[in-house]
Design a protein around this ligand. Structure first.
Ligand SMILES: Cc1cc2nc3c(=O)[nH]c(=O)nc-3n(C[C@H](O)[C@H](O)[C@H](O)COP(=O)(O)O)c2cc1C
Length: 350
């Protein structure tokens, strides 16, 4: 069986299953669950909800180094972090060494626990500038940027990347080792190439090969398609990785972290999240957004989450439409109350 192969052969992780994983001096428990950086999703309110529900580390969405050095308001706002989120990593992207170094100085003022470099974003407008996954075509630059950024700050520098540019050019074992050797303190690897974007299935085998490299001593986190407690167990037990970074499965479901942890501990599912809990989360999400960004942006930017909070409820369209078209906070809150009353008998499944 292919999974068993990884477990048996991977002497490097066989003894580490019960070890506490650390990013530099930050202790994260035995198999930490990390909230992935997600543009327009991983903002302070959502990060706070995920943290409350068991995320061990949370990351901001990627912030443009070019935006930050030009003091662009949109980029600067993304540096807001709150004590209750810690440990929190701020993720930055860029390909210009000078800009990235200036960015480190700016980011440090927000006092994050970690600075993460995005070497994985597949979007054309990012890769065309050599940033994000674009840098996978120039591993020497990737190494140099990482080395210089490590020298610039006392904060731990971590990297999030993909398997490679395309299937033919995967050399993630070598890349990870080189990044570790210049001082990167942890690496999170999305099991797809840039060419794949989000298509197909994430392949965790090359990530296991990184972990399996006897020279690797920094944590290796797996990412891509962890969308059930069983998959998290598989990543831990069959691939021997140090933790799972979770993206899409948490959108509208911040409870995913505690669901996985409960499954780790008991082998059983938590009862489905009730309507009351969902409404309460949506309410708090909206209130935190309003407190952070004011009523106009707060209402606007929370809209994308509602579909997921209430996924599965039949004939929900009317209420969803009200939630995503009301401009006033009190109207959205009133719709939440209506939902609570109208669907009181609805039973959610896992
Ligand atoms: C809406 C969205 C926004 C994303 N934004 C970022 C980002 O800012 N930085 C980053 O490194 N990855 C970003 N990603 C990629 C995720 O962090 C993650 O690597 C990917 O979704 C695969 O993990 P998953 O299957 O658990 O979602 C984004 C993904 C989504 C769906």
């Amino acid at each position: 069986m292919v999974f068993g192969y990884f477990r048996e052969k991977n002497s490097n992780f066989a003894n580490q299953i019960n070890d506490v994983v650390k990013i530099d001096n930050i202790e994260l428990g035995e198999f930490p669950l990390l909230l992935a950086p997600m543009e327009d999703v991983s903002d302070p309110p959502f990060r706070a909800l995920c943290k409350e529900q068991g995320a061990d580390v949370v990351y901001t969405e990627f912030v443009s180094s070019e935006g930050l050095i030009r003091n662009a308001a949109k980029s600067v706002m993304k540096l807001d972090i709150y004590e209750k989120e810690r440990p929190v990593g701020i993720q930055i992207f860029g390909a210009n060494l000078d800009s990235m170094l200036q960015t480190i100085d700016i980011v440090e003022k927000s006092n994050p626990d970690i600075i993460d470099i995005n070497f994985g974003c597949p979007v054309k407008k990012v890769v065309s500038k050599g940033a994000g996954a674009g840098i996978l075509k120039d591993v020497c630059l990737m190494e140099k940027l990482t080395a210089e950024m490590v020298k610039r700050t006392k904060l731990p520098i971590t990297v999030k990347t993909r398997l490679g540019w395309d299937h033919e050019s995967i050399k993630i074992v070598e890349v990870a080792e080189r990044l570790q050797d210049v001082g990167c303190k942890a690496i999170a690897i999305h099991g797809r190439t840039r060419a794949q974007m989000y298509k197909g299935q994430a392949d965790w085998k090359p990530i296991a090969a990184v972990k399996n490299n006897p020279r690797m001593h920094i944590p290796v986190f797996g990412n891509g398609d962890v969308d059930s407690p069983e998959k998290a167990v598989e990543m831990r037990d069959n691939y021997g990785l140090d933790g799972a970074m979770i993206g899409r499965a948490s959108i509208g479901n911040p409870w995913f972290f505690k669901q996985v942890k409960h499954f780790f501990e008991t082998g059983e599912y938590l009862p489905p999240i009730s309507l009351e809990e969902r409404v309460e989360a949506a309410r708090r999400h909206l209130q935190m957004s309003i407190d952070w960004k004011g009523p106009v942006l707060g209402v606007f930017e929370t809209r994308r989450h509602y579909t997921n909070y209430f996924k599965g409820i039949p004939h929900f369209k009317e209420y969803r439409t009200k939630m995503v078209t009301s401009d006033k906070p009190e109207d959205v809150f009133a719709t939440f109350d209506e939902v609570l009353e109208k669907f009181a008998d609805f039973q959610f499944s896992h």
